[in-house]
Write a protein that binds this ligand. Structure first.
Ligand code: SAM
Ligand code: DTB
Ligand code: SF4
Length: 336
């Protein structure tokens, strides 16, 4: 059992100033990690890690031009456009994910925003996955409040929509939709009563000031996202960012630690990019307050560490999968 540190629990604040964020970036590494650890232990058991599994339910041929993305039709990456996965295939993957210890099943679709027919088909899929007793998450592009409400009524728990980077750097990365569009979708999702999963990507050529700006944006949303995925760019050949330079791994840890301090009650997910990270770097990320991972052999289209390697790493660190959310209602019985 972890012992909470004997101090006032970190307050959940959405009024952080940019100066406060910059001051965290200026801390010596060990001071920053000490602070992040202290905050982490006030809200979470540091031995627990939340396990999510991803599935691409509609791959490729996306009309958007996100410079990092292997699924954009603007780039030749070898990812073929596919039709939407049938409900039975998604349920089979969800069952397998649950058997492997996942508590959340995240479904991604390469859309700019879903069409009415696609919302209906997603609703069928979400109902079936929720009936398996898993938390459900979807990432389908831009949504309005009505679409978000339909997904919520089908049993969706979380919606993933990343800000990706700072508002300042964003135009370098995507031209087909704006930062404002992203924030509007996040608001529609919140207003519909869905929980938000929102984070970004490091390593696209942005500067540390962009990391501070992005974290400030996330931590001053009207409510903190329940999950904050921090991705390291997966450099996919054929995308404009294929040859981006590496970031200093210690900077990656800094960003995780600052996300933890600013959003103390959120799950901070060490997301894409783990195949390029050493065990030691991942361990440092957990020490900095990361407490969620994607688990399973693939992300959406790119590889993720082997499941056995992940289990071995968690065991070596004395960590274990978080138990299913206590507030989760019992699985509903299938009706049809
Ligand atoms: N099409 C939807 C959208 O963009 O909103 C959902 C799927 S999209 C693949 C979800 C997120 O995956 C992106 O916002 C981005 O943050 C992340 N992502 C995509 N390609 C990535 C890459 N090569 N490296 C790291 N993260 C990536
Ligand atoms: C997130 O922040 N990262 C995940 C999930 N949300 C949807 C996606 C990572 C995708 C990496 C590239 C790929 O596998 O296609
Ligand atoms: Fe399409 Fe999403 Fe990839 Fe952008 S990130 S190209 S919207 S699948």
């Amino acid at each position: 059992m972890h012992t909470p540190t004997p101090q006032t629990p970190a307050r959940i604040r959405t009024d952080w100033s940019r100066d406060e964020v910059d001051a965290l970036f200026a801390l010596p590494f060990s001071d920053l990690l000490f602070l992040a650890q202290s905050v982490h232990r006030q809200y979470f058991d540091p031995a627990e890690v939340q396990i999510s599994t991803l599935m691409s339910v509609k791959t490729g041929a996306c009309p958007e031009d996100c410079a990092y993305c292997p699924q954009s039709s603007h780039y030749d990456t070898g990812v073929e456009g596919e039709r939407m996965a049938p409900v039975a295939a998604v349920v089979a993957a969800a069952r397998a994910a649950k058997a492997n210890g996942a508590t959340r099943f995240c479904m991604g679709a390469a859309w700019r925003s879903p069409k009415p027919r696609q919302i209906e088909r997603m609703a069928d899929i979400i109902r079936a996955v929720a009936d398996e007793g898993l938390e459900t998450c979807a990432t389908l592009g831009m949504l309005d409040q009505e679409q978000a409400a339909s997904l919520r009524d089908a049993g969706l728990d979380y919606y993933n929509h990343n800000v990706d980077t700072s508002a300042s750097f964003y135009p370098e990365i995507i031209s087909t939709r704006t930062y404002r569009d992203r924030l509007d979708t996040l608001q529609a999702v919140r207003d519909a009563g869905l929980k938000v999963c929102c984070g970004g990507i490091l390593g696209m050529g942005e500067t540390p000031a962009d990391w501070a700006e992005m974290l400030h944006t996330l931590a001053t949303l009207p409510e903190h996202p329940g999950s904050v995925p921090i991705n390291q760019l997966v450099k996919v050949p054929g995308t404009p960012l294929a040859k981006s330079g590496d970031i200093d791994p210690l900077d990656f840890v800094r960003v995780i630690a600052i996300a933890r301090i600013l959003m103390p009650a959120s799950h901070v997910r060490l997301s894409a990019g783990r195949t390029e990270m050493s065990d030691e770097l991942q361990a440092l990320c957990f020490v900095a307050g990361a407490n969620s991972i994607f688990y399973g052999d693939t992300l959406l289209t790119t590889p993720n560490p082997d499941r056995n390697e992940d289990l071995e790493l968690l065991t070596r660190l004395g960590m274990r999968p978080e138990s299913p959310a206590r507030d989760r209602p019992a699985p509903r019985k299938a009706t049809g």
